[in-house]
Design a protein around this ligand. Structure first.
Ligand SMILES: NC(=O)c1ccc[n+]([C@@H]2O[C@H](COP(=O)([O-])OP(=O)(O)OC[C@H]3O[C@@H](n4cnc5c(N)ncnc54)[C@H](OP(=O)(O)O)[C@@H]3O)[C@@H](O)[C@H]2O)c1
Length: 307
């Protein structure tokens, strides 16, 4: 099968399309014929080995000391089940699905073998595709939406709570705005000028343009500040947090996502409470271009790759 392979760490040009062996699903796995995947910010960081200093050694051990151990990136996919392992009960050939493949990757390929024993979070993050969105949109859901959901649940957004979401226009940000709104939060989104309309259109009551105003000096106080892009600190926000107010960031710890969380997200999408924001779509052959774009750090929502 065709796959995008990176045999060394480096700039987008290290990504090459190659013929590799098609995976064979193990007993607990399904083989997905991938229709779409994404250029996730995590893919670009692994490719370039750009990791925070404190995680350097751990990540190098996980990813590979001198060269990548797992050479196919792609943390999320959508597609159709091609075959199932003998322990898999929830899926059959032909089912349309979306899945989190996670840091193990494997999505930048015509086929991915993915654990699919639902109910066991260690063994399966494959869920049937929401019926009201395309395969391209579905591929852009698992990583960003799960991250946003688990953070918004962790900070306990409830009806009437005021939440400021910093970096509201990225993948995590666009999902966080919609999910906070779903739980009844009064959302203020911080983004740059060209994203103000987008952030309003997905449910933010108020928006602040970080290129024109200091969001800590608008006279408002919040129950929660969520930094979706890991650009600000709790100390910067001390004057805008209510007493006992909560600061959280997309790099802070959250529980391991479970299959039930992805099912919940699918249901939110089907109830039209959540919609993936797609910035650009690239063909597999344009993967280098896609990585160059995401490397700039200004994508709006998500960048999709059609396989
Ligand atoms: N996506 C995930 O599944 C996931 C999971 C866990 C952790 N994280 C972490 O969460 C962070 C965000 O991930 P992401 O995938 O959402 O990133 P992303 O989509 O690449 O974020 C891009 C967005 O960030 C905004 N941005 C850039 N600089 C900004 C600034 N100084 N102030 C405010 N907004 C700014 C950009 O808007 P402008 O063009 O307006 O600047 C753009 O819309 C990353 O550090 C990532 O490691 C992500």
């Amino acid at each position: 099968m065709k796959a995008v392979v990176y045999e060394k760490y480096g700039p987008p040009e290290v990504l090459k399309i190659k013929e590799v062996e098609k995976p064979t699903p193990k007993d607990d796995e399904v083989l997905i014929k991938n229709y779409s995947t994404t250029v996730h910010v995590g893919d670009t960081r692994m490719r370039g080995f750009r990791v925070p200093k404190k995680h350097w050694l751990l990540m190098r051990l996980f990813l590979g000391i001198t060269k990548p151990k797992r050479q196919i990136l792609g943390m999320e996919v959508s597609g159709v089940i091609e075959s199932v392992g003998k322990n898999v009960k929830d899926f059959k050939k032909g089912d349309a699905v979306f899945a989190l493949t996670g840091f193990g990757g494997g999505g930048y390929a015509e086929y991915s073998s993915v654990p699919a024993i639902n109910g066991d979070e260690k063994k399966g993050m494959v869920v049937s595709k929401p019926s009201n969105i395309s395969f391209e949109e579905a591929a852009a859901v698992p990583a960003g939406a799960l991250t946003a959901l688990l953070h918004i649940q962790k900070v306990d957004v409830q009806k009437g709570k005021k939440i400021l979401i910093y970096g509201a226009s990225g993948s995590v940000g666009t999902y966080a705005v919609q999910i906070a709104k779903y739980y009844g939060g009064e959302v203020t989104g911080v983004c740059s000028t060209s994203n103000l309309e987008l952030v309003k259109s997905i449910g933010a009551e108020k928006v602040i343009d970080y290129t024109k105003k200091d969001f800590t000096k608008n006279g408002e106080v919040y129950d929660i500040v969520f930094d979706a892009v890991f650009k600000i600190s709790k100390s910067k926000c001390k004057n805008i947090l209510k007493e006992n107010g909560i600061f959280d960031s997309s790099h802070a710890k959250i529980p391991e996502p479970k299959t039930k969380d992805l099912i919940f997200i699918k249901e939110l999408i089907e109830k039209n409470k959540l919609k993936p924001v797609i910035d650009r779509t690239y063909k597999m052959e344009q993967i280098v271009e896609g990585h160059r774009y995401v490397d700039k750090g200004h994508k709006k929502g998500n960048v999709v790759v059609k396989i």
